[in-house]
Every structure is written in C-alpha cells, then in structure tokens.
Design a protein around this ligand. Structure first.
Ligand SMILES: Cc1ncc(C[n+]2csc(CCOP(=O)(O)OP(=O)(O)O)c2C)c(N)n1
Ligand SMILES: [Mg+2]
Length: 718
C-alpha cells in the first residue's frame, strides 16, 4: 500500500521527507525555515504544493480508472485545491469537525485521508474506509479525523454541521463521560455556489448567527452548478446576500491564490476559534473538468471558457509563484509533481486488486437495535395517568437520568417569566423541562422543521441524545431530507462508522373534530418505507412510557409517533409503569385475545378495534386484537402466530388504505400465512382523500368503529 505524501508533525500534517530533501527541493541550501514568500513560510507552501499536486494526481488516476471501467463514477476536485490546502493549515483533524462536500479531495488529503483511501472508494472496494464500497467516490468519512459521513444531497450538510457545533459547546461545558469536545474547536462546512440556494443553508445561517457558533462556512464558488451559471441561481453573489446576518464574518477570497487563502483563512478561522462567532468564506475557484463523469461540459461551456478555467488552475499558479519567486526551482517542482503521479498510480494499482464488498452484507448497518429483554407485567403503582402525562413524565425521567438528552423544537420551552407557566409545547408535554433542567437542556428553535431535525442529527453524531419535537405530523415534510437522506442513511452509508441516536417525537393523527386537512394527517407508511428509521406508534399510556424509554436506548433514529387524539382519552390511561417496563422495538402486544379472526392495528384504531370486538363478541364472534405498537421493525411473528390460530386477518389503520402500512401486513400474511388462511386478508383504513374540517367530512374519511365491525363480521362469515 502507498503511504500518504504527508503525515503529521502535530498529529495532523507533516512531511515524510527529511529536512535536507526539502532544502534541496527548495533549490538551494538556504536554511529553509527562515524563508517566507508573501508572509508564508516557503516550506509550508512547498508542502502544500506537493499536496495539491497529489490531489490532482489522485483525481486524474480516478478518471483513468473510470475510463478503464474499474470505477463506475468520478467527480473531480480540480480547481479547488489551493483553497482547500490553504484553509487546512488553520484546521485540526481529529479536533475540529468537518462537513465537507464532494469537491473537497484536497482538504481530505490535508486532513489525513490517504490516496489509497480515496481510490478504494472510487473502485467500490470493501476496504473503502469511508463507506465500504457503498457510496460514490468523494463522499468522505472518518471518525478518527472527525470527517462526518456525507450524503449527496447538496446543502443538507449545513444543518447537521450546526448541530455539531452546538454539541461541541454543550459537551465542552458539561463534562460528559466518554464524549470529548474542545472549547476552541471549530466546525467546517463547505458547499458549492449552487448549493447555497438550498433552504437548509439559509436555515443554518439563522442558527449559526443566533447562537454565535464557531462554524466556518466555505462556499466554493466555481461559477456553475452542473450547467447552471451562478448568475441564474441568485440575484447577487452569496457574500452579498448574507450581508444582513448579524455577527457573521464574511470573507471574500480569490480561492485560486494560495497565499491569499493562507492569510485570510488563518485570520477568519482564528476568529471563530476564539469565540468571535461564525465565518462565511466566499471563495472564487474554477472547475477544470466536467461536473462529473456523467456530464459533458462542452455542451454548455465554450472552448474559450474551459481554456480560461485552465489558465487559472490554482496548482499551476502556486507552482509558478514558487518558481518565479525563487522559492522552488523548476526541476524540483516537476519532481514533486511526478512523485505525486507515481503515488497516485501505485494507489490505483493497489485498488484494482482490492476485494469487493460481500453482497450478502448489504443489509448490515441499517440499524443496531438495543438488546432489551421482553418486559414483565407493566402494572405500576398509583393512579392512572393519561397518554400525554405519561409522555411528559417519561421525558422528565430520561432527562434526569442522562445529561446527554436535550429536548428542543417549536414552543417546547417554559416561560422565562417565573410568574407564567409558559407553553411547554402546544400540547403541554414538555412543560417544566426547561425549568427543571435548564435552558441548555430544553429550548425553543426557529419555526423550521429541517433546522430542528438537522441540528438533532449533528448533536447525535457527537454522542448526545437529542429528542426533538415536530409539532404536527402534517408539517414534517420540510424536514424530510434531514430524516430520510441524513438521519436514516448515516449508519448504512458509513458502513457502521457513524450513527444518529435521535428521538424524533411527532404529534400525529386525526379524530379531532375540526383538525381538518392540516392537523389530522397520518402517513406512517411514508416513513416505514425508509430503511434505517425505527418507527414507533404506541396506543396507550403504559406503552408510550415503555416505548419512549426504549427509543432513548436506540443508537439509531426513532420516529416516535404520538397520537394527538389519545393524549387525554380515559381508555388510553394506565398507571405510570415501573422503571423496568421498557418495550423493545418491534414487539407487538395482544390487546385482546380471541379465536375467530385477527385484527392487526396500531395507534388510534386500537381502541376502535377493541370496541368493535366487544360488539362482535355479543354476536358470538371473538376477534383477537394485535396492537403492533412498532411499525419498523414490526412483529410479523406475532401476527403469523395469531393468524395460525384464527385463520382470518383484518388490518385496520387510520392512514389512507392505498399504500398504507396495512398493505405491507396484508402482503406478508398472504405470502407467509397462506396455508393458515380460510379467507382473504381484508383492510380497513381512511378513504384515499383528505380529512375535511366539517365533522361530517372527517367522519366520512376516517375509519370508524362501525366500519371495523362490518368488515370483521363479513370476514368471520366468509
Ligand atoms: C438536493 C440535490 N439536488 C440536486 C442534486 C444533483 N446535483 C448534484 S451536484 C449539483 C450541482 C451542485 O453545484 P454547486 O453547489 O455549485 O457545487 P459544484 O458541483 O459546482 O462544486 C446538482 C444539481 C443533488 N445532489 N442534491
Ligand atoms: Mg458550483
């Protein structure tokens, strides 16, 4: 295997070559350390030239591998190198935190990613340390270097980066066992000029400035987003657009001028490191190649424009400046470049021999479910509490037990005025948390769902246990990118290196009389269709407590659906369960034993199914009611065992029938329990429309007890 061209003198970077060799490379026997050019030590500039050459060589080698058919894809960092090696000088791998994007090859190398690592990913090798052959090339990730695994979604890294910076501040001031942070660490996040159009970038700036976070934004402006010129993206350059954000230090930079980058980068990053707040570096760079191997830039860039980009090649410029200033002789510069290409070629040869991932392992690292024993009788002492009160108490319980838990979202805080109680959530479920645990453990966020979830992800990656609240399921969609693309894929895409232990509490469901279309939605099947996401949907007080406890023991994101209609229902009340009542993910419960048919249900239709069952019992039909409780993973075994006894299956849910989760259950029963069935599998759910404001409209859309009774009766008679 090849070695990186540069290892670390202070744990981050350094030289593999001896000082004497450097002196020779510099073209004379001048004492090297003393020489500077434009205020930068020549030794460092040469070292960075070497690194920039390596980045170009590794890039070219990947392109070759792609042309040879050994790599499926290639995306180049060429044109961005001087900026990135220059900034890396002021950053600390394994100390600061990094949310780079796919053009950041030179940064990755500067932080300690090796050419072998890069090329192993390019060929999709099992030994690719960032993803085990799961991600496209240039999707960095290294827990040791603090480079957080990234998705391909442009701009979505900005919000987890904010969460990471917040977490650093919290961890550094709380002395949490086993989690480290530094008071002077910074979080680096980079993006392209195109990605700066994404809402997540803007949502993140809001919080970066409001919390005065030590975060370094680097907008690498190469003038294009694939084919779209930057002028078509926005009415002004990003550095002008962000001018109104209070406390944001904005730096405009020629990112092709290594020496300018060194000075401005050191100044800006130093400011953030010592508490002056966020920095945005807007750096003009060039894109030397097509957007990626799937693109052909000659369709939208003239030959003159492409030639102009090459005329501004920052690596060539750095070389010329070093040579013209007498800092490096031309032969030595050539030798450095040739050595870089030799290193990349060797890495390419090694990668060609590297074993591919084992296809049988493709299901690994979706999640790592906690080993929780099946709990005994949940009966707790004391008076029954409501479903909502059980949530409130459990949040108090887990926060008291674990300082890593932080609760945040819209309206979750108490009033700062001691004479007023405050809201504590629109349903009052977080009431008292801020008063009891402090305003760095429970706090309000902007009205921005992606912001809430994305910040939770960044905190979870740092080892905290964030519990975020989405006020209404109906408004979860702006956070979908963070939930599906970021939270749910993190463990899988990093081949198990990173995880997101995030509890995502969401008020869901209808039957409210007047909730209408925007406060009545279900839609859990949209989330059960997301591998890597645990989906819980309790139906009564003891389970909401036992399952919320379990959610905090999960190392992966949990969508915890809290049905609004159940918050105050008497039938959903139970004594608050003993502390050892913890319901493992994927464990159903038999809400009513029976012999004549199995009703599989969850959430608010559990009670409706129980009422229907009692009506049928009066007719001599005894349904068994299985409350699934958890939908991902779900207890197919419990359903199969019940159907083996009853030979009939009805699936009931509040969500619309078409593509509802009932379709999944029905398909399973049809395929796996066919031999036990004496009747076709039936489903009852909402009509395939929206819930209207008028109670008559609502009643017509959502499934009612009478619908369940009628379907069950039919099925029993089949
Ligand atoms: C959310 C999202 N939309 C679309 C894409 C497809 N896509 C990948 S890169 C890219 C252009 C990004 O341009 P820019 O942010 O300027 O970065 P550059 O590639 O120029 O460095 C697009 C549209 C994506 N990856 N993610
Ligand atoms: Mg761009």
């Amino acid at each position: 295997m090849t070695t990186p061209m540069r290892s670390d003198s202070e744990g981050r970077r350094g030289l593999d070559v001896e000082p004497a060799e450097l002196t020779a490379a510099a073209g004379g026997d001048r004492p090297f350390g003393a020489a500077t050019w434009r205020g930068i030590p020549v030794a460092e500039a040469i070292e960075d030239y070497r690194l920039a050459c390596l980045a170009q060589a590794v890039d070219d080698r990947q392109l070759t591998l792609h042309k040879q058919g050994a790599a499926c894809f290639h995306i180049s960092g060429a044109g961005h190198e001087a900026l990135l090696v220059g900034l890396a000088r002021s950053l600390r791998a394994g100390y600061d935190w990094f949310f780079p994007y796919y053009r950041d090859l030179a940064l990755a190398l500067a932080l300690g990613v090796t050419p072998d690592d890069v090329i192993l990913q390019c060929v999709g090798a099992a030994a690719d340390p960032a993803s085990g052959g799961r991600q496209m090339p240039s999707h960095w990730g290294s827990p040791e270097l603090h480079i957080v695994t990234q998705s391909s979604a442009t701009g979505s890294q900005c919000l987890p980066a904010i969460g990471c910076a917040e977490a650093g501040r919290y961890i550094a001031s709380h002395n949490l066992a086993g989690i480290e942070a530094h008071a002077d660490e910074v979080t680096y996040v980079s993006l392209g000029d195109g990605a700066a159009s994404e809402g997540e970038f803007w949502e993140s700036l809001n919080t970066a400035c409001q919390l005065h976070l030590p975060i370094i934004y680097v907008v690498e402006d190469n003038g294009l987003a694939i084919s779209v010129p930057v002028e078509d993206q926005a009415p002004a350059p990003v550095s002008d657009l962000v001018a109104g954000f209070p406390g944001l230090e904005v730096v405009k930079l020629d990112g092709c001028d290594y020496f300018a980058v060194r000075h401005a980068g050191a100044e800006a990053i130093g400011r953030a490191r010592f508490g002056a707040g966020p920095v945005l570096i807007h750096a003009r760079v060039v894109r030397l190649h097509s957007h990626s191997s799937s693109d052909n830039q000659t369709r939208y860039r003239s030959a003159a424009e492409i030639a102009d980009a090459h005329a501004h090649d920052p690596v060539q410029r750095l070389r010329d400046e070093l040579v013209e200033s007498g800092s490096l002789d031309a032969a030595a510069a050539n030798a450095i470049r040739e050595e870089a290409f030799a290193v990349a070629a060797e890495a390419g040869r090694d990668a060609l021999r590297a074993p591919k991932p084992d296809p049988t392992q493709v299901m690994e690292h979706l999640w790592q479910l906690p080993a929780i024993p099946v709990p005994a009788d949940p009966a707790g002492p004391g008076e029954p509490v409501t479903f909502g009160e059980a949530i409130r108490r459990t949040l108090h319980e887990v926060m008291a037990a674990d300082e890593r838990v932080r609760v945040f979202g819209q309206d979750v805080a108490d009033s700062p005025d001691e004479k007023l109680p405050g809201l504590g959530g629109v349903f009052g479920l977080t009431r008292g948390l801020q008063r009891d645990f402090g305003d760095d453990r429970c706090y309000n966020t902007p009205l921005a769902e992606a912001n809430i979830v994305g910040r939770g992800i960044g905190q979870a990656v740092r080892g905290l246990r964030p519990a975020v609240e989405i006020q209404f399921f109906d408004y979860i969609w702006t956070a979908m990118q963070q939930i599906r693309t970021e939270a749910a894929t993190t463990r899988w895409r990093s081949n198990g290196a990173f995880s997101v232990p995030l509890v995502l509490r969401v008020a869901i469901g209808g039957y409210l009389r007047g909730g209408a279309i925007w406060h009545s939605q279900s839609g859990e099947s949209i989330f059960t269709h997301t591998p890597g996401l645990i989906v819980m949907f309790p139906s009564r007080a003891r389970d909401v407590a036992g399952m919320l406890r379990a959610a905090f023991r999960c190392e992966d994101p949990v969508l915890f659906l809290e049905h609004k209609h159940l918050f105050r229902q008497r039938y959903a009340m139970d004594p608050y369960p003993r502390p050892d009542y913890v319901v493992p993910p994927g464990l159903a419960t038999t809400a009513r034993a029976g012999r004549d048919l199995t009703i599989v249900t969850w959430g608010a239709t559990v009670q409706r199914s129980l009422v229907a069952a009692e009506e049928l019992a009066a007719e001599g039909i005894e349904p068994e009611v299985i409350d699934l409780r958890c939908l991902a993973p779900w207890d197919a075994g419990a359903v199969a065992a019940s159907v083996a006894r009853t030979a009939r299956c009805l699936v009931v849910h509040e969500d619309t029938v078409t593509s509802g989760f009932g379709a999944e259950v029905a398909a399973f029963v049809a395929a796996e329990c066919f031999g036990d069935l004496d009747a076709p599998v039936r489903r009852v759910g909402a009509l395939d429309t929206w819930v209207g404001y008028d109670p008559g409209l609502e009643g017509a859309t959502l499934p009612q007890t009478a619908d369940i009774t009628a379907a069950a009766r039919d099925l029993a008679a089949y």
